[in-house]
Ligand binder design. Sequence first.
Ligand SMILES: Cc1cc2nc3c(=O)[nH]c(=O)nc-3n(C[C@H](O)[C@H](O)[C@H](O)COP(=O)(O)OP(=O)(O)OC[C@H]3O[C@@H](n4cnc5c(N)ncnc54)[C@H](O)[C@@H]3O)c2cc1C
Length: 447
Amino acid sequence: MIKTDVLIVGAGVAGCYCALNLPPEQKVLMITKTDLASSDSMLAQGGICVLKDPADYGSYFDDTMKAGHYENDRKSVEIMIKSSPEVIRDLVSYGVRFARNLDGSLRYTREGAHSHHRILFHEDITGKEITTHLVDRVLQLDNVTVMEHTEMVDLITDGNCCHGAVLLLENGSLEKVMAANVVLATGGIGGLYRHSTNFRSLTGDSLAMALRHHVATEHLNYIQIHPTTLYTEKPEDRSFLISESVRGEGAKLYGKDMQRFTDELLPRDLLTIEIRKQMEKDGTSFVWEDLRPVGEKTLLEHFPNIVEHCREMGYDALKEPIPVVPAQHYFMGGVKVDHEGRTSLRQLYAAGETACNGVHGKNRLASNSLLESLVWAKRAAMCIALDAEAASRHDVVENYDVSGLLDSGRRNRENVRLVRDAIRRDNGGEEMPIEYREAAPELSRAV
Ligand SMILES: Cc1cc2nc3c(=O)[nH]c(=O)nc-3n(C[C@H](O)[C@H](O)[C@H](O)COP(=O)(O)OP(=O)(O)OC[C@H]3O[C@@H](n4cnc5c(N)ncnc54)[C@H](O)[C@@H]3O)c2cc1C
């Protein structure tokens, strides 16, 4: 049995920033199912929002609420926006490089449904820039042990309180961890879907475990489809995102007749509806996105990786429109947390895409998720630091029966079933119009 003060499950921005904000005297174990490079945080292209000026508060708040169909938790939105300058200061202090103007001031871009330019970016690889710096910092901490290729396969609870988790180690054996606090930061659920921008390994594991242990969840049918991913007939591991900031900078969408059919800066959910309508009308599997209005200079400076990927897939985005199609992208629902990241189970926290604090309402505003993940990761860390009474019970962990976890195929099928059933339940008993992967995904290695 491994003993630690805090177990952080997941090594994306939420997991890493949580580790960085825990007191150095707490012993922390951070695990990731894959390697450190394979988190969705590494994939974020567009950027991260910030309250760049107090005068923008009202407009930023309204844009977030409007995109979320006013179903957002107002307090959560306030917390996220007001915390953003501090988070950005932290990131800059870690060495994260955001694009700057010639005079050295921060440069802002814009994405769909934003009234103003308020998004910081690093080329079109903002997530990689941020996450790489966070991971590097975490690896320097003496109190944090990082284990890659280590998967949480169950929580250990006594019904009222979380006392640890069961891990599947790289060598294929199961190991129990006893921890006074557990932080779920396992990202989204895209790995369950046929077309998704997410890493295939992100299969909503925390959600399945929360459901199994009767931890409260919320809005499981609030699943965001990204309107524009590169359409390809070549089999791809995951759909390649054509960032919304490309449209923010002027890219246009065309139907089969090469005519515009919609406002490209609609919120994601509404734009997805418009694109699907157009595809149906045209009898096509995609619509066209024309990046040329952005201008060659901006495309090469701001979106070099998108241009390069398109080229690899056979399209010269500088010279011709590219085919795009909607794909599953983000999970607004999740394990329900309060404003401090606490779940309904004592000593169990959740942050990042796994958690639902209500900030996004029914639909996330672009570039709010890196920020939200960081804000709640820090709040959870602060809350853990202040909770002097948290303690794990050796007897509960010792006696926890893991025999039901040995059959990996059964375990994975059961996880998928739990998540799918709960999504359908929250969707009023109806299946959502998003195609699941046909076979039960290979969620983990066999024991
Ligand atoms: C292509 C793409 C572009 C995006 N662009 C933007 C953007 O421009 N701006 C923005 O704000 N947001 C963007 N997002 C969303 C944003 O990147 C994510 O919401 C955010 O990074 C989630 O961070 P996280 O730490 O919660 O999860 P992730 O970064 O996904 O990390 C999850 C971690 O959990 C681990 N894990 C999962 N299950 C287990 C398990 N059972 N046991 C152990 N470990 C496990 C994974 O291995 C991984 O380390 C984008 C997302 C994608 C996919």
